[in-house]
Ligand binder design. Structure first.
Ligand code: GDP
Ligand code: IMO
Ligand code: MG
Length: 427
């Protein structure tokens, strides 16, 4: 059976930590969308791993799959494999032959397009994610199966690079890449990665049929997704549970659990309206206590109160069977904790998350207030959920009741043991 882990907000909810926990009982961990725009942190004792492409389950030595729905920068992937091997962790990796390859021109195009977009720029990670997905949909992308065949690769590269050169010329921008240099460099990557490349859909389906546990690790978050996110400020892949089927090549019927990861407050790295953003000392408090700086880019994350409007929309499009509430400890010490229940646009209440960014920018959050709490994460980690202060339990129960979804996990710190497990996803 398969379980999908999904970010319910704007990314960085703690997907890496929760994936690492549930990896213990999983046989395969699969990434199905996104690329190295993701930064998933796993803390194991005194070591901190920041995964970009390789699924977080690699720390547990499990079989890890990079599915067809991802976009892969081979240079970064090789770096990541080497780093793990240096740590003495064997990388049991399977890379989809259908995954698309991020090329050097995608990264150049990423910064060119951002500079052209003015107020509509997303504040991308600059990793070439958007341009690679554009080429995939435009049907002039390069897949790993193409990269591994020198003849096919040369033919595609020559054609596509001339198209890119024309694009840069049209914008009066330099384009200093040469076909030969890129061909040589990418042939080296191909030779290194060849042994990992396979039909991963075949592999994962066979694993499911044999009764294995498959954990599908989403990247980004629902509100960054291309269909359901804050368009055009999000990313270029779908970040919802349904994308796990297309992105891993499995049937929707094999997915038995959809676990939504809910950070106990809101963060956003990038542009666009964030209705519950706090630009005061409480926002700074959350950023400092939560270490809210981008895992990939180091940018300070915009912080604010929890927003049920985001969560309800996420639940609607993902169908969460359970939620994991993370970073509860970060709210420790606040006198009052607020949750946005709906928005006001002028004098009109709004109960559903809007599609229009113009409307979203006009949304004023309406808050329900909760008395704050303080607990010692170490003591709670030892004694369990019941040791949490009543006020914190009330907050957790409110979120759960509003969504009508049970809580599977409450996370009270970055470390593995600072995890309160209420339910397992694999029996
Ligand atoms: P991801 O992209 O969803 O995997 O999340 P990131 O790794 O980008 O960001 C989450 C950050 O919060 C990481 O630094 C984690 O180590 C940390 N973290 C995860 N869970 C908790 C928690 O419950 N409490 C605290 N204080 N930190 C946490
Ligand atoms: P994880 O998996 C938070 C944001 C970028 C930018 C927008 C588009 O760690 O949760 P892109 O480079 O994808 O074209 O950028 O999406 N973004 C993320 N924000 N967490 C992420 O991943 C993100 N991946 C992309 O900041 O606003
Ligand atoms: Mg992250």
């Amino acid at each position: 059976m398969a379980t999908v882990i999904i970010g319910s907000q704007w990314g960085d909810e703690g997907k890496g930590k929760i994936t690492d926990y549930y990896s213990k009982k999983a046989d395969y961990i699969v990434r199905f969308q996104g690329g190295n725009n993701a930064g998933h942190t796993v803390v194991v004792e005194d070591k901190t791993f920041k995964f970009r492409l390789i699924p977080s389950g690699a720390v547990s030595g499990k079989k890890v799959v990079i599915g067809n729905g991802t976009v892969v920068d081979p240079e970064i992937l090789i770096e990541e494999i080497s780093e793990l091997e240096k740590e003495g962790i064997p990388v049991k990796l399977y890379l989809s032959e259908r995954a698309h390859v991020i090329m050097p021109y995608h990264k150049l195009q990423d910064s060119l397009e951002e500079s052209l977009k003015g107020n509509l720029k997303a504040g991308t990670t600059g990793k070439g994610i958007g341009p690679c997905y554009q080429d995939k949909v435009g049907r002039f992308g390069i897949r790993f199966v193409d990269l591994l065949d020198k003849e096919v690769f040369k033919e595609k590269l020559s054609l596509f690079m001339s198209m890119k050169e024309a694009l840069f010329r049209a914008h009066n921008q330099p384009f200093r890449l040469t076909i030969n240099e890129v061909f040589e460099a990418y042939n080296k990557y191909a030779d290194y990665l060849r042994k990992y490349v396979t039909d991963t859909s075949l592999l994962v389906n066979a694993a499911l049929q044999e009764g294995n546990h498959v954990l599908l690790e989403g990247a980004q978050g629902t509100h960054l997704g291309i269909d359901h996110g804050i368009y055009p400020y999000g990313t270029s892949s779908n970040c919802v549970a349904g994308a796990a089927c297309t992105g891993a090549g499995i049937s929707p019927l094999s997915i038995k659990q959809v676990l939504g990861i809910v950070k106990a407050y809101t963060t956003r790295v990038g542009t666009g309206p964030v209705p519950t953003e706090l630009e005061d000392e409480v926002g700074t408090y959350l950023r400092d206590r939560g270490g809210e700086y981008g895992t990939v880019t180091g940018r300070p994350r915009r912080c604010g109160w929890l927003d049920m409007m985001l969560l309800k929309y996420s639940h609607r499009v993902n169908g969460f069977t359970g939620i994991a509430i993370t970073k509860l400890d970060v709210l420790n010490g606040l006198e009052t904790v607020k949750v946005c229940t709906h928005y006001m646009v002028g004098n009109n209440p709004l109960y559903e998350f809007p599609a229009s960014m113009k409307t979203l920018a006009q949304c004023n959050p309406v808050y329900q207030e909760f008395p704050g709490w303080r607990f010692d994460p170490e003591q709670v980690a030892k004694s369990g959920f019941n040791a949490l202060p009543e006020a914190a339990k009330k907050y957790i129960n409110f979120i759960s009741h509003q969504l009508a979804v049970p809580v599977y996990v409450v996370s009270v710190g970055p470390a593995r043991h600072q995890t309160l497990i209420l339910r397992e996803v694999f029996s």
